[in-house]
Design a protein around this ligand. Sequence first.
Ligand code: DAT
Length: 207
Amino acid sequence: MASRRAALFLCSVPLLFLSQSMTESAQNGGGAKRRLRPNVLVTGTPGTGKTTMSSLLADATAMRHFNIGDLVREKGLHDGWDDELDCHVINEDMVCDELEDSMEEGGNIVDYHGCEFFPERWFDLVVVLQTDNSVLHDRLTSRGYMGAKLTNNIECEIFQVLLEEARESYASEIVMPLQSNNVEDISRNVATLTEWINNWRPPVQSN
Ligand code: DAT
């Protein structure tokens, strides 16, 4: 597991039906403070379409989109550059501090190829995008990935590392795997998640 997780750092860089229990469970998984809109984490191996889908979803729902990779670069939320892994050494505490106020408020889509260091209380739904190996291989090759970096990311997807990480880090009821192989998948996923977000209500708090 450790080697699979480490491999992820090299990549710096049909759901038409939601059960009532999933929706309720997700709504009740909120944090201590009552937020009026949900927070959604979109995770998955690099190249599965997190940023593409999150951007469209943010447009459709008027939610904020945080691309963590961009945020780390723009705000310097890292401890330098790792030449061997070819990525910034992300400072997880700084990232969490940066996001805390927005997450408390709600209405955020967070897009990152990892999920275990965020506070569990932040998220009402955790989407894990998944892509067939051959499709992902072509996308990552187009992005210039090669050698170990390419292989490690493909292996991450084969071994479903992000899905496993999501299920270990969050209540299984709020973890939603979605296929992302083609543009029809993007449209369907955006429609499904838009409906979920628009139907979301804050959990009723007991006295
Ligand atoms: P990620 O943010 O997971 O690294 P991305 O959104 O940057 O991925 O997408 C990588 C490339 O693949 C980009 O050129 C858009 C394309 N892509 C993403 N999802 C797709 C899908 N479901 N169908 C076709 N192309 C897709």
